[in-house]
Design a protein around this ligand. Structure first.
Ligand code: GLC
Length: 432
């Protein structure tokens, strides 16, 4: 299938779209899984280290695919929904072809529901992925095909992961945020030194006790030792409830749309009440029933910029942090940890510990769109251009050194293709 370039596409845009298409195709996994009896067709994050289907990676892949191969975008989402659990939950990893990669699985710290499905969530950007694929593809026809399952997933979040009734979702272990080794968990995980062994021990301290009661969500939360309202996960949740409301409106389901908008507003109010630190001018995660703030300055503190209805004075305060060369305005923004945080590490941490300083393309995608929503398209454009430079120099890597451009982590990393959306958005004057 040939790529349909936008009519005003520059040489950069065309190059990017060709590369995106190539990576998504190179990492494509197709087959039939005996263990569940379903066929699968998805793009894995990176063939070298992550050959399975990850939840939030897949959502990014579907959005990228919507620009270059719409059918692939649909198949990505349909494969992700295939093994949804009866309660609406969707595993953060589906080990479709696990038997072929048994050795690799043994190196992961993962909680399982079954041999082929994990028992962890990931940031809930499913509605955004469906909206992108519908927009550039079959519109309401596609929405109607997937909407019942999409709604069931957000229902699961609302009923199972909103334990205190304040509308915010709680994660019960660090990897549920997708930000596995972020320094903001160091305290809760009792991390003393930055080594892989220490992180594995920390993960076990959090997750092993869950096994005694078969990972019953209520009891995991009652344990009250890692129950976190992560600012990024909740910003994505709020944004996605609003996108879900639009999807419902598009197919005439106005009652559901109204309900999701109410949930989004309530969660946003709680985010303000529990996570906004007026004095520092940043949002911080709230931990456990006591809602103790985790005051570590990472990019997630800036994430509420994504919300278009954020109070302008608060948006202004966050933008000051973004544009501060001591914090986030690195040579290649936006580092995942503020550069003046003692834990900031610009390069690889043991080549496996992630989210401790380097720049990632998916977080740039979210933050730059947030900047555009608050009148700073100029900053968003710089972020898009510098991200393109990173990719041109080192390929689609998992993450990059914000000071030197050096690429690290998995090579041919599929979600970094989300740059195509950011790049095109920053070129369209109407941001569409
Ligand atoms: C790492 C990341 C996680 C991602 C996974 C697959 O574990 O921290 O966010 O989903 O790799 O790419």
């Amino acid at each position: 299938m040939s790529i349909q370039y936008p009519s005003n596409a520059s040489a950069d845009t065309k190059w990017l779209m060709d590369e995106v298409n190539a990576i998504l195709e190179r990492n494509r996994q197709r087959g039939s899984a005996e263990w569940c009896g379903y066929d699968y067709d998805f793009t894995c994050p990176s063939f070298v280290t992550y050959p399975f289907q990850w939840f939030w990676d897949s959502c990014f892949h579907a959005i990228s695919a919507s620009y270059v191969d719409i059918q692939k975008g649909e198949l990505e989402i349909k494969s992700l929904l295939r093994n949804q659990h009866p309660d609406g939950f969707i595993s953060h990893v589906t080990f479709w072809q696990r038997d072929a990669f048994e050795e690799m699985v043994s190196t992961y710290a993962i909680a399982f529901r079954s041999r082929y499905l994990s028992d962890e969530m990931q940031p809930p950007l499913l509605a955004e992925a469906v909206a992108a694929v519908a927009k550039r593809g079959r519109g309401v026809e596609f929405i109607n095909e997937v909407l019942p399952q999409v709604k069931a997933f957000y229902e699961w979040l609302h009923t199972v992961r909103n334990p205190y009734g304040d509308g915010l979702v709680r994660v019960v272990q660090p990897d549920e945020t997708g930000l596995d080794h972020s320094p903001k968990w160091d305290g809760l995980m009792q991390i003393k030194e930055i080594t892989v062994d220490e992180f594995n021990a920390g993960w076990n301290r959090i997750c092993k006790p869950y096994e005694a009661f078969n990972r019953d969500p209520k009891k995991m939360i009652e344990l009250n030792h890692f129950v976190v309202a992560d600012v990024m996960t909740n910003t994505i949740y709020i944004e996605n409830l609003r996108v879900l409301a639009q999807l419902c409106t598009q197919v005439g389901d106005t009652a559901s749309a109204t309900e999701y908008l109410l949930r989004a507003d309530k969660a946003k109010q709680s985010l303000m009440d529990l996570c906004w630190d007026e004095e520092v001018g940043l949002f911080f995660d709230a931990a456990n029933q006591e809602n103790t703030p985790l005051q570590v300055n990472t990019f997630t503190s800036l994430m509420p910029l994504l919300l278009g209805d954020l109070d302008p004075a608060i948006a202004e305060a966050l933008i000051e942090h973004v544009a501060n060369p001591k914090e986030y305005w690195a040579s290649y923004p936006i580092p995942s940890v503020a550069m003046n945080e003692p834990s900031f590490l610009p390069g690889t941490a043991g080549n496996i510990l992630v989210w401790r300083g380097p720049t990632w393309i998916n977080s740039n995608w979210y933050l730059a769109r947030g900047l555009m929503r608050h009148g700073r398209s100029d900053l968003a454009r710089v972020i898009a251009d510098k991200s393109l430079e990173l990719v041109r120099k080192h390929g689609f890597r998992e993450y990059y050194n914000p000071l030197t451009t050096q690429g690290h982590g998995a090579p041919d990393f599929s979600w970094s293709t989300i740059l195509v959306d950011l790049f095109i958005l920053t070129r369209n004057s109407d941001g569409s």
